[in-house]
Design a protein around this ligand. Structure first.
Ligand SMILES: [Zn+2]
Ligand SMILES: [Zn+2]
Length: 306
């Protein structure tokens, strides 16, 4: 009995140290999963959004519904420890594509940080169509903006503004903290669906957005510290009707397909997000991946930090 117990301790210690050797904790770059959900309105999984925090500055990738409140949950104002994720610090956002599950938080991201004191425009990067989307949101809230700016509310006249930068393949942003590269990925018939590669002083992070299996993601994620990739369960897929199976196999990536991709790219850590479980468990999802992949892989949950 005691020998078995010791063996368990040793094996846990071994697996933890093996993990530590793969991906060292970083004092410079943190990845915070603000939302790991999909269009399905799971209350435990907010709409897709990831914060890459570098030297205390947050950079968002996608802004699904709930994004601002999930960020607030990490900030000291609400009991968290990440000053970087104070609402008024949300100033840079990178949109993968215009699908509503990834972008329905745009009005929230434009307006709430401003109301909470952001005194600079939102710098918004995204594919063709992003400028129209931002302008329509501003038009929709024109009365609110005018009331706050022109009325008794001591609001600034800058924080509601949006500087839109429509992107193409290549480096789309660079500062002292990050180099951000966008590259197109296959996502059904969308012509402008992008993934992003963040290179920081100490980490390389690739985020798929929505994508069917794509060799470009493998290339960019080769040897990366973290690959954050969307996925759907094979077990759940088998229960879908044929029209939905056709849709999903053209637009998204199965566990087996992702396992094979990760086997070629070999990131130090694979994080699953934007997960279509369709009734399957996290354990089943991981087992399906592990049938094809022996590297480190975790199911991402909202507010997990790496
Ligand atoms: Zn999509
Ligand atoms: Zn999506």
């Amino acid at each position: 009995m005691r020998a078995e117990f010791l063996l368990l301790i040793v094996s846990v210690a071994f697996s933890l140290s093996a993990f530590a050797a793969e991906l060292e904790p970083s004092g410079i770059t943190q990845v915070v999963l603000l939302g790991t959900g999909t269009p399905n309105v799971d209350p435990e999984r907010s709409g897709p959004a990831v914060a890459i925090v570098v030297n205390g500055t947050p950079y968002l990738v996608d802004f699904g519904p709930g994004v601002v409140r999930r960020a607030a949950a990490m900030s000291p104002s609400w009991g968290g420890e990440m000053t970087a994720l104070r609402t008024s610090n949300l100033k840079h956002a990178f949109l993968t594509h215009l699908h509503s599950d990834h972008s329905a938080g745009l009005s929230d991201l434009i307006l709430s940080p401003w109301v909470m004191g952001r005194d600079e425009p939102l710098e918004l990067y995204g594919p063709s169509g992003t400028a129209d989307m931002a302008n329509y949101v501003l038009k929709a809230y024109e009365a609110d903006i005018r009331y706050r700016v022109d009325g008794l509310e001591p609001a600034n006249d800058r924080g509601w503004r949006v500087n839109v930068h429509e992107i193409d393949d290549g480096v789309v942003f660079e500062d002292d903290n990050v180099n951000v590269e966008a590259f197109r990925v296959r996502h059904g018939t969308w012509t402008n669906a992008f993934a992003y590669k963040f290179t920081t002083p100490d980490r390389v992070i690739v985020i798929s957005g929505d994508a069917a299996p794509d060799a470009r993601i493998e290339e960019q994620a080769a040897g990366a510290d973290i690959l954050i990739h969307e996925v759907y369960s094979m077990e759940g897929f088998a229960k879908k009707t044929s029209d939905w199976q056709k849709y999903h196999s053209n637009n998204h990536t199965s566990t087996h397909e992702l396992g094979e991709m990760a086997g070629r790219a070999r990131p130090k850590l694979l994080i699953l997000y934007h997960i279509l479980f369709w009734g399957s468990s996290e354990e089943t999802l991981l087992l399906e991946i592990q049938e094809k992949y022996d590297g480190e892989v975790v199911v991402g949950n909202d507010l997990d930090t790496y």
